[in-house]
Design a protein. Structure first.
Length: 262
């Protein structure tokens, strides 16, 4: 029961959506540097290719790019078919791709709801559903396959910013993940959420530039998240150490939620 075995992900096949940038890139690197084979997919083909080059230079594991636009159902199907063509099984699915939209309440557009809910919630179900046969193929009772959904503290608390569709989509994702945990657990597939606080990412860039000091002052640990924090949580959930965790929503936020003043 030593740590090298408990947290081992070597040889596992992983898909990280949105795995070329931000939090997804941090997660992808964590898997590759620990010997996994990681498929990275997002709309930005150039970013996927660059991330794959950088990750493969690290050695140990490998990275492969399959660009796809998840707003298009046909691209989701193509991604699932391409992975099935290359791999007999998938061990870990990280649903990380997401979008945000901020606007004042009186000006918040209809299009924001369609765009944000489609990517942050609807496509999580679509992609998970399409890849369930591959996840089942890689699963046993003692070593289940894993679905890790990247949620947000804004799905647990009332956000300070006017991001109505985003916070609603993440709250929905948290519950969808629990529903999937009940259904897929019977197929030896776990489903859990990391409710992330602030990390360095494209989505958070403008907010951190303006409010980083204020944000950090509201976090009991006094800092924003690091690549090691989110990668480590995913490695735990994907390894033997996390094999019995199912249906959990884990705040990965330095204590942001418990310090929130509603």
């Amino acid at each position: 029961m030593d740590a090298s075995n408990l947290f081992d992900v070597k040889g596992k096949v992983v898909l990280v959506t949105g795995g070329a940038k931000g939090v997804g890139r941090m997660i992808s690197e964590g898997f590759v540097t620990n010997g996994a084979k990681v498929y990275i997919s997002s709309r930005d083909a150039k970013a996927c290719d660059q991330a794959v080059r950088e990750l493969n230079a690290l050695g140990k594991g490998t990275a492969v790019a399959i660009p796809a636009d998840f707003y298009k159902e046909a691209d989701c199907k193509r991604l699932a078919e391409e992975i099935a063509r290359r791999e007999p099984a998938l061990h870990v699915l990280v649903n990380n791709s997401g979008s945000n939209w901020g606007a004042p309440y009186d000006q918040y557009p209809e299009s924001a709801w369609t765009r944000v809910l489609t990517l942050n919630l609807h496509r999580v179900f679509t992609i998970t559903q399409l890849l369930t046969p591959l996840l089942e193929a890689g699963a046993t009772a003692e070593s289940p396959s894993r679905v890790i959904n990247i949620g947000s503290v804004d799905g647990l608390r009332v956000p300070a910013l006017e991001t109505f569709a985003y916070s609603a989509s993440k709250a929905g994702l948290h519950h969808l993940s629990r529903v999937l945990a009940n259904h897929l657990g019977r197929r030896h597939i776990t489903s859990n959420v990391l409710a992330c606080g602030p990390f360095e990412s494209k989505m958070m860039k403008a907010t951190l530039e303006k409010y980083k000091d204020e944000i950090e002052s509201g976090i009991p640990l006094g800092r924003i998240g690091s690549p090691q924090d989110v990668a480590g949580a995913c490695l735990f959930l994907s390894s033997r150490a996390g094999a019995y965790v199912n249906g959990a929503t884990i705040p990965l936020d330095g204590g942001t939620v418990v310090a929130s003043k509603l």
